[in-house]
Design a protein around this ligand. Structure first.
Ligand SMILES: C[S@@+](CC[C@H](N)C(=O)[O-])C[C@H]1O[C@@H](n2cnc3c(N)ncnc32)[C@H](O)[C@@H]1O
Length: 208
């Protein structure tokens, strides 16, 4: 399993700095749209919040009527998530979902907000292929990450752990190759709180 010593060391500071997971109304709107899309689908089952951190989004999605499991490799981020949301389920695992608790899970949807940035280019294909094997046709994914206007992907100086920015088209084609068709994308430009543009990209598992 991946370890995240940087997030372990800074978890308390992270929780203090980001009591609200959404820095903008648009981010909140993207997650609410994801929740409504999943609720409206005919699929029933669990939703995974991959890289859930301190659990704010896990709690929000639960409040929106979804059955959500928060997943994170950082022991300390999970400690804070569990303390803040004792009634919710959190599992220690990374995006490859290989823990005993999740290796046979078949989520109807996965949200990964600013967590796949920490998956190196050499491992992203494996992650998306695993998700594609597990999520049924019509299931939904929402990925949010720092992006770039330059094609491809590039490592950047994230404050906590090694991280990569990905162009929206790169992300979309990686998803397509794993069996997910893009439904929408939202790009926000840098501002006082964001050094880089962000992308939120939603896709559905292809019905073959
Ligand atoms: C910037 S935080 C985002 C937390 C949360 N998703 C949110 O939106 O508030 C990134 C989280 O991703 C987790 N993470 C890092 N590497 C990961 C991996 N390989 N798989 C899943 N999560 C990972 C970190 O431990 C951290 O909690």
């Amino acid at each position: 399993m991946v370890t995240q010593p940087g997030y372990d060391a800074l978890a308390d500071l992270y929780a203090e700095m980001f009591p609200d997971p959404y820095l903008t109304p648009l981010e909140r709107h993207a997650v609410a749209t994801f929740a409504e899309t999943v609720r409206r689908s005919a699929l029933r089952g669990i939703v995974l919040d991959v890289g859930c951190g301190t659990g704010g989004v896990t709690a929000d999605l639960t409040g929106a009527g979804l059955e959500v499991v928060g997943v994170d490799p950082s022991v300390e981020m999970l400690r804070i998530a569990r303390a803040g949301h004792p009634s919710l389920r959190f599992v220690r695992d990374d995006a490859r979902l290989r823990s005993d608790e999740l290796r046979t899970a078949t989520p109807i949807a996965i949200i990964a907000r600013f967590s796949l940035i920490h998956v190196p280019p050499s491992e992203l294909r494996t992650v998306l292929d695993v998700w594609s094997e597990r999520i049924p046709p019509g299931g939904t994914v929402l990925i949010a990450c720092q992006t770039t206007d330059t094609p491809g992907e590039a490592e950047f100086d994230h404050a906590v752990a090694p991280a990569w920015r990905r162009h929206p088209d790169h992300l979309s084609s990686m998803l397509a190759e794993s069996g997910f068709d893009e439904v929408w994308r939202m790009i926000s430009r840098p501002d006082a709180d964001h050094r880089f543009p962000d992308v939120h990209l939603a896709a559905h598992r292809r019905r073959s």
